[in-house]
Design a protein. Structure first.
Length: 381
């Protein structure tokens, strides 16, 4: 069984489901009620794989209304007892909390795969996780960074695995930027193009107070200074607000950095399902997050686009000195220096080789086809 608290994202569960089916398992996927990209993809997968079933959860995996939590957990437990799985693989922290509590005393294997370490930045959650994480038989940490953080909480090493979510290399082939694609996106044919692909999240109250977690503001501040010195440069942002609060924050940033006649070479597109066109026209990708697993770097690197990443979370694991640059999260001055370095290599035609190193790193460490087998190995009873 696979459980995930989303109907829109979480498409990375699909190859895991396929691999389990390839091994002869019957897989039930539990999501909240509603329709989204994930549920539509699951419906299509069920047509291809007879062993796949999608079941809407009677509990939405949220804890915002505490008075509803006991009833929700009871209903989820009743569903799990009826389905009687041998193992449950769950993703996203709210899902982990719900499944752990709903399966207390049940005889099954609990496997938690950590998509990102943001929740561990909150002191209260770290304290809670020090105890609740011991309900898991295995925690698959999506990065070495996350594994180190769980080791620091006192988890025994033999219950921790560091397995990245990975990237489908066959879907992201290296491709040169084409002028026709640039024109379609409103970009100049021969400019230096930096790209950032990410949803916009509103500032959170518990962690990184007052800051959007993906670091859009820091990039925009660094870009204003950089573009003033190099007007032949353009910044392509791809991503709407993750929710209504995120969209409000996005509009706030646009009002600050893109108002009036001065756009500073910034183009901000809504979210798209296929990001390959965005990377196909880019010279460098930027990931300025304040907390992150591996993020968009995997897709950019798979297409031969080098990356500038912050040192937050597991982002440094995605680049080498030959394939990209690292800066201290939140340091706009240092980010500007990294943009200058990428621009200098672009002018000297040195970015192409760096992009090749980026692709080679993905083949070596982040190939989805190999990693998904390791994930399903952890669910074996």
């Amino acid at each position: 069984m696979v459980a995930v608290k989303t109907v829109e994202g979480g498409l990375w569960v699909l190859p895991q489901v396929r691999e389990a089916c390839r091994r002869g398992a019957k897989v039930t996927v539990i999501t909240p009620t509603g329709e989204g990209r994930l549920t539509r993809a699951l419906a299509q997968l069920a047509k291809e794989e007879p062993g796949v079933t999608h079941v809407p959860s009677p509990y939405d995996f949220t804890f915002r209304r505490p008075w509803r939590v006991p009833v929700g957990l009871f209903r989820l437990r009743r569903l799990l007892r009826r389905l009687n799985p041998d193992a449950v693989l769950y993703h996203l922290y709210a899902t982990a909390l719900a499944v752990r509590l709903a399966t207390l005393g049940l005889q099954l294997r609990r496997v938690y795969m950590v998509a990102g370490p943001l929740y561990l930045d909150a002191p209260l959650i770290r304290w809670v996780e020090r105890f609740l994480s011991r309900l898991d038989d295995v925690i698959i940490c999506g990065s070495e960074h996350t594994r180190r953080r769980y080791l620091a909480l006192g988890l025994p090493p033999d219950r921790l695995r560091a397995i990245p979510y990975g990237v489908d290399l066959s879907a992201y082939e290296q491709a040169p930027a084409e002028a026709v694609h640039r024109e379609r996106l409103g970009l100049k044919a021969h400019s230096f193009v930096a790209v950032m692909v990410a949803y916009v999240y509103a500032p959170k109250r518990i962690v990184h107070r007052g800051e959007g977690i993906k670091g859009h503001r820091h990039l925009l501040e660094a870009w204003q200074v950089f573009h003033a010195q190099h007007p032949e440069t353009e910044l392509l942002l791809v991503g709407s607000g993750f929710d209504s609060a995120g969209e409000h924050h996005r509009q706030h940033l646009k009002d600050i950095f893109m108002s009036g006649s001065q756009s500073h070479g910034i183009h901000w597109l809504d979210s798209v399902e296929d990001v390959r066109d965005a990377y196909g026209v880019a010279d460098v990708s930027v990931s300025p997050s304040l907390s992150e697993n591996h993020g968009a770097v995997l897709e950019a690197s798979s297409m031969g686009v080098p990356s500038i990443v912050s040192d937050a979370g597991a982002l440094p694991e995605t680049v080498s000195s030959a394939s990209g640059w690292i800066f201290h999260a939140g340091d706009t001055l240092e980010l500007g220096h990294r943009l200058e370095a990428a621009f200098a290599e672009w002018k000297s035609v040195g970015l192409e080789r760096r992009g090749q190193y980026a692709r080679e790193l993905m083949v070596e460490r982040f190939d989805l086809s190999a990693l998904v087998r390791l994930v399903i190995d952890c669910t074996d009873v």
